[in-house]
Ligand binder design. Structure first.
Ligand code: HEM
Length: 290
């Protein structure tokens, strides 16, 4: 029972870490690269949401550190708060290194980015927090390292741009930002989204190919079934994103109805991506061999 609780905490913490780090880094990149200067009134709410998701990441990282030690040593719930186990996890495991890198990245990413140097630092922080993810994931155990770790790094970057971008768009479309500035922000995101989807599909396939022992494992293991569920959710998001891009986006500059519909469909996209990220947390907590 206590071991099950530790497993549950381990998985829940992983989900929080993914949502928090992808959300924080993606929102920083949205604010720095995609948000139109004419929609600057959106800056403050985006910054507030960034702080909120960074707090979720921080909570997730600390919980994961504790749960990983208890899980690794098999000590059950008492291992969660054992100072020796915590210290060993922090100083002697990849999870410890990944936690430190993620924390440094999150602190940098939370800067205001008011000057060009400040903006460069927030982007560097976002990148650092994202790169902490492959440091402790499954991909470390599979080769060739350059292919698997490289794919993983591109995968998390693309996932952050999509997830954070969609969150930023929801805020922009709900705000009273001028129609032209909102349309230019949506246009930039739509162009980026096409590459992001290609990058996620390509790198996700490479990761699955290297991590799964064979095609049978796709339907014969919990890992494979979770991966199929994730791909189905992502497929649904791609269909909605395609509808947005080709039907609604061309009309939002001069049609208020299109802007309201886009706001609703982008909101649905955000919830589905949240589900895909949560499923990833469940995915990486399982063994690919079943
Ligand atoms: C067709 C689409 C996708 C496929 C086939 C795919 C597949 C995969 C696979 C096989 C892994 C490795 C899991 C492991 O380490 O055991 C992974 C990891 C991951 N994926 Fe995806 N994925 C896709 C889309 C997405 C999307 C849309 C997001 C986020 C918005 C996302 C976020 C992540 C994250 C955060 C990781 C964990 C990386 C790490 O911890 O190193 N993926 N994905």
């Amino acid at each position: 029972m206590t071991v099950q609780l530790v497993d549950l905490l381990h998985q829940g913490a992983q989900v929080l870490v993914y949502l928090g780090i992808l959300g924080t880094s993606g929102l920083v990149l949205f604010r720095t690269v995609l948000l139109d200067p004419g929609a600057r009134l959106v800056d403050a709410p985006v910054q507030r949401l960034t702080t909120l998701v960074a707090a979720a990441a921080l909570g997730g990282l600390l919980l994961y550190l504790a749960a990983d030690g208890a899980w690794r040593t098999g000590a059950g719930v008492s291992g969660l708060v054992d100072p020796g186990t915590l210290w060993d996890t922090l100083t002697g495991t990849p999870v410890g290194l990944a936690t430190v890198v993620a924390l440094v990245g999150l602190v940098l990413a939370l800067g205001t980015g008011a000057t060009p140097v400040g903006r460069a630092l927030t982007c560097a922080g976002a990148a650092l927090a994202l790169l902490s993810l492959p440091l402790a994931g499954h991909s470390r155990s599979f080769g060739p390292a350059w292919l698997v770790l490289g794919s993983d790094a591109v995968h998390v970057l693309a996932g952050a741009v999509w997830f954070g971008g969609v969150l930023g768009l929801v805020i922009t479309l709900r705000s009273s930002a001028p129609a032209g500035a909102a349309a230019r922000t949506v246009g930039r995101f739509s162009t980026a989204a096409l590459w992001v989807v290609l990058a996620l599909g390509g790198t996700g396939t490479v990761l699955a190919w290297r991590i799964l022992p064979g095609l049978d494992a796709l339907t014969g293991t919990g890992y494979g079934l979770t991966l199929l569920a994730k791909v189905a959710v992502v497929g649904l998001v791609v269909v909605i994103a395609g509808w947005n891009r080709y039907r609604l986006v061309p009309r939002i500059g001069d049609d208020d109805g299109a802007r309201a519909r886009l706001r609703r469909t982008v909101g649905t996209e955000a919830w589905l991506l949240l589900l895909a990220v949560a499923l990833t947390g469940v995915l990486v907590s399982q063994s690919p061999t079943g």
